[in-house]
Write a protein that binds this ligand. Sequence first.
Ligand SMILES: [Zn+2]
Length: 650
Amino acid sequence: MLTAALVVVALQQPAPAPAAPAAPPPLPPQVGDTSPFRRLALPTPTLLREGSGRPGPRYWQQRADYTIRASLDTATHTIAGSETIHYVNNSPDTLTYLWLQLDQNIYRASSRGAGVNPTDARFAGRGFEGGYTIQYVRAVQRFGKASGRAPLATSVNGTVMRAELDRPLPPGQAATLELAYSFEVPEHGSDRMGREQFPGGWLYEIAQWYPRLAVYDDVRGWNTEQYLGQGEFYLEYGDFDVAITVPRSFVVAATGTLLNPLEVLTGPQRARLAQAAKSDTTVAVIAKTEAGQAFTRPAGAGPTLTWHYSAKNVRDVAWAAAPNFIWDASGYAGVLIQSLYPPEANAGWTRSTEYARHSIKHYSEKWFRYPYPTAINVAGPVGGMEYPMIVFCGHRAGDRNLFGVTTHELGHQWFPMIVGSNERLYAWMDEGFNSFMNIYSGLAFYHDSVPLGRGPAAGWARFAATGRDQPPILAADRVPPALLGSVEYGKPAAGLYLLRQQLLDDTTRFDAAFREYIRRWAYKHPTPADFFRSMDDALGEDLSWFWRGWFYRTDVVDLALDSVRVRQDSGGPITRIFLASPGGLPMPVDMRITLANGSVENVRLPVEIWLLGNHYLYERKFAADVVKVEIDPGQNFPDVRRENNVWTRS
Ligand SMILES: [Zn+2]
């Protein structure tokens, strides 16, 4: 150390002053790759999540199986339940604690959701104060054939709860938890669950209604996003055994297969359901003239009935109950399609089962076979919300609105019920993909050729031109509520529609790639990177420029005609069309070129014309003078400034 310091001192002796050098030339420009075509930066691929977008050979996922026993007290609107969770640790990690989702805690007066949402907001509780009461959380310990119970220490953090395990849970082992809980059902449960009083009695839509295991995954560890209202939910897959006790006069609809129809249905109802299961057309199980009448419930002395269900390989269960449901059903390929609605529902609900059957059939045939035994549409206070095998749609909806909300909520059976992405973080991966599928479901049902609403690029461009666009990659709770529909539903749907209809030369290429993504990630937990990679891999394209501009940013499309000139060479006149793409998002260019002799030529230039910059010269000989050039005459691209799309010879 000392020697080195002396050397440094020696080197610091002043040098003789040099002669002043000539001024050096300026340094050349130093730039990074800022092109819209630069590779999209994604997490490094691993053996869990591969560069191809597939789950890798080391992919693992946790599993949570539930046994739930719950009863509904209609005098106090209270649900009291107990549950046993069998949690299998397939991760390579030893876990010492588990996180559970307690969504009902959003209705505590002090909740973060109450702070975020104005009292009357769609995703608020409208002033209702409730939340979970947890009686106990304990671990079941097994000693040979004997078993014991160990109370677990817990701490609640808003809408999540951490439970300290009584012993570390090693990889490959399972833990069994028992919980008992209760809560009062809010009337307006953030437009996801709740209750409404009809002349015939209360109608309940019950969801996010039992403590649920949070997802532990390889990407983030525990996924503990708070339930703030706008972000939906993210859960593990498992099997459910659920028994729901309600007043004898009530009819229940729930996720899963009804295990005890002999106890809770009448003979005629069982016969009608069996007939409906084989029927393409709608069969009344409880007709409007029968709804609410005593003979629609099995005779018996007890004040309650327990409805028992089994659901396999689902990420959640939900249910509805009312004393006066009209009940319709039909069948499709072994799937029992059902609708339950009160007599006061919009008269359009008589077509709900037809809409639901079309939706399940359409999505099954186009994208991925529906894997569950039933699909149920329930009318009630919730405007539109989805759970495995059951959806809630507003009872005031009718006609095309009811078709739209039904085909949307049932489309969620594919995203996120089958393809289990994180809705709280990536709403676009379920709302957007689903809204995209809805376009084609609507076209098929109404035999239309042009999509309504969210499909057309032109509609999207009008919104983008307002400057209010946001990147769909934002977590649901970070998007202003007024923009949620545009940003997380409409924009990703319009983007996939644009990709399928315009950016690829053949729609079947898109369909094969999208099906491959669904097949690869069915019953798994894909991230955005997994989707982008899987699509690029199956399409044989590097769509970095499109994924970045459309999903991560608010880059706009603006294709422009700068000028058209003519130059002479020895072979005659050559027309020079100067094109520009001043927006951040490049696109292929469609041109319609009209000649003086009246003929018209259509030219498609690939997106690669912008690889070297945002100006491009299209130059060639024509059979006659060019008198008019139009960019994107079909309005297929979301161009925010069409004023610069046309040139006419003056
Ligand atoms: Zn939705």
